[in-house]
Write a protein that binds this ligand. Structure first.
Ligand code: PEP
Ligand code: MG
Length: 580
């Protein structure tokens, strides 16, 4: 049995899964040079063309299976790969190498791949540089078929555990549609977009298992324990029994929680807590409504911009926002303006040459990029404002770091409103404008932000990253990512107090809010609104219904007092909030 403990656990609604390993693009690790004889050239070219055709048929098959309501960029992602397969730069050039140099198909393709990657590497345009990943993806698929592997088909993935080096958001969504049981990747941290997406799609997953694609064998049984971040290969009957029991206990618990879905989200002493949903894609609205979210506390709009060369037009965005507003039917939605950069890079901003380069997390990201590139930002502002004419919309600004920066945004919003009025286009004149508090500077100066804004939302994913200098994407330092660090808690408390003093609502939309462990503490600290992945709503509601606010306030006060003396804040936390 292979036991791998390097993985980072992700809490999902179905945290454990058992299934057959399906190694994505497996078996093609290193291609070595191989020459063929002159007489083999024609059959080698046929072999290569057959592999290209099989890969292309596979991609077309996948494309057809994308449900109609999926974001358009997902299918564009597949189209890019199809175009690359047909591109002479890959296919014809490889055939020439087979013919002229008598290279094997695998080696010719590898040589061509290396040439292309070198060209991409030398390009100034960061968008084109990222196309290198697409080349690798396409070449990898052809190599896989050449090595005798079968391209992935939807029916093959049903109930299987996909093991891959990494998965794009598009692949994750497709695999969910294909009924995978779980996935395991070599790269990524718990806050990478793939991991967040897995959670919101309810797919058990473990990310960050080094060399997972060589560690596990095709077809062997894997137990994926997303809660512990452990993958067990070829388990014994006893282990399987243990996990099957856990899965059935989990299903029973889910059914129990489902039965409570219509109960009010209220503490035992009568305080209502507003539970909102974080959505990544419009289709997340369905589960948010099913789980009775009081609103959408965070609509991440980056997906509209990803995997495409041009940003979406105002009209395209308006259509998406309006569809969301209509589906929510009177339930408020908080649309966050573009937060591109870091893990959410796209080609959409390439033309301007303004991709963050040196240190993306500290660079031209989110609102900084939007202020620098008004032609990118203004269509979105107009679309959000116009959508507000049809239902309760709130606009939220990510990554604020200073008040003058905020004033600049507010000024742009005012001018956009004026422009819409001049054009006789409707919008909600009193649309609430809020800001994400996710940079320590903003949390420390939260009172100054609270004076200018209609609401605040604490983004703990970034707040923790920046406060503790722990890259949220880097699995090597993930153990340092600590929501209970006293510095983080003080910043959260300061933000809650600032909002209270200014008389405006404050929510939390980072992953911390959706973790049932922290809900009691957050309520004790004064938080009354939380936004989380929709699949976490049911459990959060149940936790809240067992809370007594007065009691939690006392515990929280004691916790903060003792925190000064006891450095091991996790143990103290568990003791005080009775989690042990
Ligand atoms: C956060 O930083 O906590 C947050 C909610 O935003 P994102 O994860 O999209 O950066
Ligand atoms: Mg953030």
């Amino acid at each position: 049995m292979t036991l791998s403990c390097q993985g980072i656990g992700i809490n999902t609604s179905r945290e454990v899964a058992i299934g057959e390993a399906y190694l994505l693009n497996s078996g093609v690790t290193e291609i070595s040079m191989r020459e063929i004889s002159k007489t083999q050239v024609d059959s080698e070219i046929d072999r290569f063309q057959a592999a290209v055709e099989a890969t292309s048929n596979h991609l077309r098959g996948v494309r057809e299976q994308i449900p109609g309501d999926t974001a358009p960029d997902i299918s564009e992602f597949i189209d890019t790969h199809l175009l690359m397969l047909e591109d002479v730069a890959i296919s014809q050039a490889t055939i020439s190498l087979i013919r002229e140099k008598q290279f094997s198909a695998e080696w010719a393709l590898q040589v061509r791949r290396d040439e292309l990657v070198r060209v991409f590497d030398e390009m100034d345009d960061p968008y084109l540089r990222t196309r290198k990943d697409d080349v690798d993806h396409v070449v990898g698929q052809i190599q896989f078929v050449l090595a005798g592997g079968e391209p992935t088909h939807s029916d093959n993935l049903e109930g299987r555990v996909v093991v891959a080096r990494d998965l794009t958001p598009a692949e994750t969504i497709m695999m969910k549609n294909q009924g995978i049981a779980a996935f395991v990747t070599e790269f990524g941290g718990p806050l990478s977009h793939t991991a967040i997406l897995a959670r919101s799609l309810g797919i058990p997953a473990v990310v960050g298992i080094h060399q997972a694609t060589t560690l596990f064998r095709q077809g062997e049984t894997l137990v994926v324990d997303g809660a512990q971040g452990v993958v067990l290969a070829d388990p014994t009957e006893r282990i399987l029994h243990h996990y099957r029991e856990r899965i059935s206990a989990r299903l029973k618990r889910e059914a129990d929680l489902r039965r409570q879905v219509d109960l009010p989200t209220m503490t035992t002493d009568g305080y209502h807590i507003y539970l909102q949903a974080n959505i990544e894609l419009p289709e997340d609205i369905r589960i948010s409504l099913d789980n009775r979210a009081d609103g959408v506390g965070l609509f991440r709009t980056e997906f509209l911009y990803m995997n495409r060369p041009d940003p979406p037009s105002e009209e395209e965005q308006l259509e998406v926002y309006l569809a969301a507003v209509r589906e929510l039917n009177g339930i408020p939605i908080t649309i966050r303006t573009l937060d591109l950069g870091m893990d959410k890079s796209t080609g959409a901003i390439s033309e301007s040459g303004c991709m963050p380069a040196v240190n993306p997390a500290l660079g031209l990201r989110a609102i900084r990029l939007c202020l620098k590139e008004p032609e990118l930002f203004l269509p979105q502002l107009r679309a959000i404002l116009r959508a507000s004419a049809e239902g309760p919309v709130r606009l939220m600004i990510p990554m604020l770091s200073s008040v003058p920066e905020l004033m600049q945004v507010l000024d742009l919003i005012e001018r956009t409103k004026q422009e819409l009025s001049n054009q006789h286009l409707h919008y909600d004149a009193s649309l609430p404008i809020g800001g994400m508090i996710e940079i320590p500077a903003a949390a420390i100066a939260a009172n100054a932000f609270a004076r200018q804004l209609d609401f605040l939302s604490i983004g703990t994913n970034d707040l923790i990253q920046y406060t503790l200098a722990v890259d949220r994407m880097d699995e090597e330092v993930n153990f340092l990512f600590d929501p209970l660090h006293p510095a983080v808690l003080n910043l959260i408390q300061n933000t809650i107090n600032a909002a209270d003093q200014a008389g405006i609502p404050v929510s939390m939309c980072g992953e911390m809010a959706g973790d049932p462990h922290y809900i009691r503490l957050l309520i004790g600290m004064g938080l009354r609104e939380m936004s989380m992945h929709p699949s976490a709503l049911l459990e959060a509601r149940e936790v809240i219904r067992h809370c007594n606010l007065t009691n939690l306030q006392e515990r929280t006060e004691r916790y903060f007092q003792l925190l000064i003396e006891q450095p091991n804040s996790t143990a103290l936390f568990e003791e005080i909030f009775n989690l042990t």
